[in-house]
Design a protein around this ligand. Structure first.
Ligand code: C2E
Ligand code: MG
Ligand code: MG
Ligand code: MG
Length: 284
């Protein structure tokens, strides 16, 4: 009867669901002003050359300190920003912040500064006809070279999307490099890797965390690295947490590593202090 049907509908709104919907509504409505209220910031995580710990790059990761919700995970608010059309403004903020931080490190550390800055971008940014212009502007205003800027796109974005691939070609012609993020979790395969306009392959943490304990994962990583190298791509192992994982991926000829073993993502000031402390660490 009607009551039973109503009951079924209301079951959608069990307490957990209600709380999640309220949180989502708060995030959606507060995100718009978050940029102007300076609640957004950018954290930086080192990327090191393997074997060893020499810092060769930094990845910019957006952060949001919400006045009442606290730190909101980027996975949560980036997806919402994409849905409600705020990702272009958010992405532009991250791009300019990251290029500014890179320039500050170059000024302070000279040749010992990280060689490149990686910035995550969403599909809507690449599809935006103004994006390449924003990149030029960020480079020009900070004196950064195009070759020093790397954009990270996810596997699911780059595969089978003509608009994205066209944009990536344009950016590569400008001199930027492109990294395929979270490789192994998405749609592309080793067989179609050569079709993608990318320079760097980032092997997802879910593989790296099992490199020592699972032969299956170790062999997969080995195959990915061999194929990437044969295509002239560099490789980065994401989410390295132990010396054992670092040694294992280095033994498989992975070029670079990133993860909590080296450092968690840090605010710019802390990243500067980290770089200061690590400039002597060349071949540990
Ligand atoms: P991602 O680009 O794959 O970034 C790596 C994520 O793994 C980061 O999470 C980082 O903090 C975390 N991570 C790094 N090393 C380790 C480790 O050793 N162990 C563990 N457990 N985690 C580690 P975060 O900062 O929460 O970012 C999550 C995702 O949000 C990013 O994944 C990226 O897809 C997205 N994102 C972050 N910032 C931006 C941005 O500015 N724009 C866009 N479009 N997406 C962003
Ligand atoms: Mg990334
Ligand atoms: Mg990643
Ligand atoms: Mg990831």
């Amino acid at each position: 009867d009607a009551k039973a049907a109503g009951g079924a509908r209301y079951s959608l709104f069990e307490p957990g669901m209600k709380a999640r919907m309220a949180r989502r509504a708060a995030i959606e409505s507060d995100l718009r002003g978050a940029l102007m209220r300076a609640e957004l910031s950018v954290a930086y995580q080192p990327i090191v050359a393997l074997p060893g710990r020499r810092c060769v790059g930094m990845e910019a990761l957006v952060r949001w300190q919400h006045p009442t919700l606290g730190a909101v995970p980027p996975q949560e608010f980036v997806a919402i920003a994409e849905e409600v059309g705020l990702i272009q403004a958010l992405g532009r903020f991250v791009l300019f912040e990251a290029c500014g931080a890179f320039a500050a490190w170059r000024h302070r550390f000279g040749d010992a500064a990280p060689a490149s800055m990686s910035v995550n971008v969403s599909r809507a940014q690449l599809a935006d006809r103004q994006f390449a212009g924003h990149v030029q502007e960020a480079l020009r205003s900070t004196g950064m070279q195009a070759s020093e800027l790397q954009l990270e796109v996810t596997e699911s974005m780059a595969a089978q999307d003509g608009v994205v691939q066209q944009a990536l070609q344009t950016l590569r012609r400008m001199g930027l490099s492109i990294a395929l993020d979270d490789f192994g979790t998405g749609y592309s395969s080793l067989a179609t890797l050569h079709l993608l306009p990318i320079d760097v392959l980032k092997i997802d943490r879910s593989f790296v965390m099992q490199v020592e304990t699972s032969l299956h994962h170790r062999v997969l990583i080995e195959a990915v690295i061999l194929v990437a190298r044969s295509l002239g791509m560099r490789t980065v192992a994401e989410g390295i947490e132990t010396e054992g994982q670092a040694a294992a991926v280095a033994a498989l000829n992975c070029d670079k590593g990133q993860g909590y073993l080296y450092s968690r993502p840090m605010p710019q000031d802390a990243a500067t202090a980290w770089l200061e402390a690590h400039r002597a660490v060349d071949a540990v």
